[in-house]
Ligand binder design. Structure first.
Ligand code: OSB
Ligand code: MG
Length: 382
């Protein structure tokens, strides 16, 4: 593995080469159960997929945006517009990936759109070289830690049942969603019933500084962190809150780039960062943030966006990078979908670890009849 790393150029230096066919495929997969958060309740995953084909090799990128702008400002429709009208026109065979990503910077924001194109190209490069994605990125394989994000439940007993199930599956940590009116009592009940589990809470920006006293009550429950308590694009106020809390804060929504991460750490706005590769513009920026945080002694973990098996595989490969020392939101497929569009499904091994899917590129294979079953729209671009 280390030999591979020495002989392989960094993926930024890969020349794009030709891409014969480009298609959008929009899929909609029903969730096993609705996923409730302080910002929305989702009952299905609707995802924009980008399909690249060249000389019989098919590569995929999943856009992590939702159809609605309730978690992030991007949506599947804005991503589609930006990819089609501004990003794909920059795709020239002679460019390196690094040069392409620099051209993408002219487009402000739209990180999820950029990540979709980048992810698909990296899958294509890895498949051309017959390498797993993590090896293309320069990282050796390792078992991946698991974690589960439990959405709002009807009542406390229902929440306890969900946590019980997660603990018996062997998840390395449990995250529960919180929000105004569903916080202290709910966290307290989980902590009393499970005194030892690694437990954290995600507010998705539901609080303001005036709620600091209420959030401080969570200090009594040994949470590993509180994720994004304050507004979705705030960093500064989190730094004011962090000094008032013993529990580490973790930023999710506010971090869109390495610059954002550097600002957050300089301000002591958090002690942990949730890296969603889609939210930061792709795997290359995600790795840069993880490297930077590792240098600052700040742990990071890979968030999730309830992705299909395509995006979930990307998150699994990403977690081979240095710095991902905490369990992420990487859960078994069956916790999201009755049936996914890829094989193999994500399952937890004996000690709660997840194996990296073994094939070239993202390692998972699209099952054509399942893709057809869940496709709601296609557009042939080239
Ligand atoms: O805030 O981390 C979040 C899902 C969709 C949008 C935002 C979030 C989440 C999750 C679940 O918490 C992550 C997952 O299991 O993929
Ligand atoms: Mg979050």
């Amino acid at each position: 593995m280390s030999k591979q790393k020495e002989t392989l150029d960094p993926p930024e230096n890969e020349v794009l080469g030709p891409v014969e066919h480009i298609d959008f495929v929009v899929v909609r997969l029903p969730f096993v159960a609705p996923f409730g958060t302080s910002v929305a309740t989702w009952s299905c995953k609707e995802a924009l997929l980008l399909r690249l084909e060249d000389k019989g090799i098919v590569a995929w990128g999943e856009c992590v945006a939702d159809p609605d702008p309730f978690y992030a400002s991007e949506t599947t429709a804005t991503a589609r517009h930006i990819i089609k009208d501004f990003l794909l026109p920059e795709l020239k065979p002679e460019l390196t990936l690094g040069e392409l990503m620099r051209r993408f910077r002219r487009v402000r924001g739209h990180e999820m759109a950029k990540a979709t194109v980048e992810n698909a190209l990296l899958d294509l490069f890895a498949k051309r070289r017959d390498l797993p994605l993590h090896a293309l990125l320069g990282f050796p394989a390792k078992p991946i830690m698991s974690g589960i994000s439990i959405g709002f439940q009807e009542n406390i007993p229902a929440l306890l049942a969900k946590v019980e199930e997660a603990v018996s599956c062997g998840y390395h940590r449990v995250k529960m969603k919180i929000g105004k009116g569903r916080d202290v009592e709910w966290v307290q009940a989980v902590r009393e019933r499970f005194p030892e589990i690694a437990l954290m809470a995600d507010a998705n920006g539901d609080y303001a500084m005036e709620d600091a006293a209420r959030l401080r009550r969570l200090d009594g429950f040994k949470l590993t962190m509180i994720e994004q308590p304050l507004s979705y694009h705030d960093i500064y106020q989190h730094s004011l809150l962090q000094v008032q809390l013993a529990t580490p804060l973790c930023l999710d929504e506010s971090i869109h780039s390495l610059d954002d991460a550097a600002a957050a750490l300089a301000l002591n706005a958090c002690r942990i960062i949730n890296i969603k590769q889609g939210r930061v513009g792709g795997l290359l920026e995600a790795v840069r943030i993880a490297d930077f945080c590792a240098g600052e002694g700040v742990p990071v973990w890979s968030g999730g966006m309830d992705e299909t098996g395509i995006g979930r595989a990307v998150n699994i490969h990403l977690q081979t990078a240095a710095g991902f020392v905490l369990p992420g939101d990487t859960s078994e497929t069956r916790r999201y979908f009755h049936e996914d569009i890829v094989e193999p499904a994500v399952v937890l091994g004996p000690k709660g670890f997840i194996a990296i899917p073994a094939g070239a590129g993202i390692g998972v294979t699209i099952v054509p009849e399942r893709l057809d079953r869940y496709t709601i729209q296609r557009e042939h671009l080239r």
